[in-house]
Design a protein around this ligand. Structure first.
Ligand code: AN7
Length: 366
């Protein structure tokens, strides 16, 4: 029988802080496609692959960190988990709480969550609170709340989150046979860039600042090198580019509408230790990269995810993409989560035709 992917804790347990008898809460996350993107490769004169994290069970990379965070909570007596979120973390936390038999509370910035993500938190039965403020305000509330009440924090400041998320780097190396030369990904709260950097280093037999577990490096090295990390922020929410927090972040990519990233030091280390950089792209560049990926590669991602593609294209236009290198872009979330932004003003009310083949042939201009 063909191998059935068993979820990332089971697949990578020897590199995760779980022993054989620990409870595992999984929706069989991970094992996502790494797709060669011909149109992008031709555009930037390199071999570009897209890591399609929207293929995870709740449609974003957050499931990687949620299987590990929620499995760890199952080792304790805590019955409630909580998170602040721009949408995807809450969708994932709500689903994994169901799988674990736990309660989930989510604190969200009012009016700034894409409809699909809000629907997920609701259908999975999370308790929702909408705050008149941004993500950073929500995270402050949840941090205080979880330090005073018997509630487990499952935002990426919980180190188990990054442990799960680092497995995406393992999968890239497993698929390519070695690490890529460059890895590009969107940056919001900066957990993911920190987690990838940790994963790449562990697979190369090294540790990083973000490592929580000395045993992480004991298995033998798999890769011979680590990539440059290129992080991409939205123009109006680019604290790393500006060098300081942004009080009122604003961008069409609501998932990365974050002004005061929690994993600041880890992300700085990832960019400097890898000789990479963190740049920013405009909302226009994000939306046109989203459209290009959908129309020319066949992958529909949400706006925040398209930031990585936009950042790669921008770098190519500035002559900063070395020719012929292997580049992986993580696209973090599924386009179906936010169809309103993708459609923009495109007409979706079609004039119905008569129910005949002739009318259809006519209308389609065949
Ligand atoms: C699609 O859900 O912060 O830099 O609360 O949903 O690790 O924060 C989401 C972040 C990129 C940024 N792409 O990742 C949340 C949340 C998508 C995202 C990011 C997010 P980090």
């Amino acid at each position: 029988m063909a191998h059935q992917w068993s979820g990332l804790i089971n697949e990578y347990r020897e590199r995760l802080p779980f022993s054989d008898n620990d409870p595992v809460v999984t929706l069989h996350e991970g094992g996502t496609p790494l797709v060669y993107a011909r149109a992008l490769s031709e555009l930037v004169h390199a071999d570009v692959y897209v890591k399609v994290e929207g293929a995870n069970p709740t449609g974003s990379f957050k499931d990687r960190g949620m299987t590990t965070a929620i499995s760890q909570v199952k080792q304790t007596n805590t019955q409630i988990v909580a998170c602040a979120s721009t949408g995807n973390t809450s969708a994932s936390a709500a689903a994994y709480a169901v799988a674990a038999g736990l309660e989930c509370a989510v604190v969200l910035p009012a009016g700034k969550i894409a409809a699909g993500k809000l629907a997920q938190a609701i259908v999975h039965g999370a308790k929702l609170v909408a705050v008149d403020g941004n993500f950073d305000d929500c995270l402050n509330i949840v941090r205080e709340l979880t330090s005073s009440y018997p509630v487990a924090l499952v935002n990426s400041v919980n180190p188990y989150r990054l442990q799960g998320q680092k497995t995406a780097a393992f999968e890239v190396v497993d698929a390519l046979g070695d690490a890529p030369d460059i890895h590009v990904l969107p940056v919001g709260n900066a957990g993911n860039i920190s987690a990838y950097w940790m994963g790449y280093n562990e697979y190369a037999g090294k540790t990083t600042a973000a490592s929580i577990d000395d045993s992480a490096c004991s298995p033998s090295p798999v890769s011979t090198k680590v990539p440059q990390m290129w992080g991409i922020q939205a123009w109006g929410a680019a604290p790393f580019v500006l060098g300081h927090p942004v009080a009122e972040p604003e961008t069409v990519a609501t998932a990365i509408r974050i002004g005061n990233p929690a994993s600041w030091d880890y992300a700085q280390a990832a960019q400097s230790d890898s000789n990479g950089w963190i740049d920013r792209v405009t909302d226009e560049e994000i939306l046109s990269a989203q459209a290009l990926l959908a129309a020319q590669v066949g992958i529909f991602v949400e706006p925040a995810s398209a930031a990585s593609i936009a950042g790669l294209i921008k770098a190519a236009n500035e002559g900063k993409v070395p020719e012929g290198k292997t580049i992986v872009c993580t696209v973090t979330g599924n386009g179906l989560k936010d169809t309103a932004t993708a459609l923009g003003n495109a007409p979706v009310d079609f004039e119905p035709i008569a129910p005949t083949v002739d009318a259809a042939v006519n209308a389609l201009g065949l």
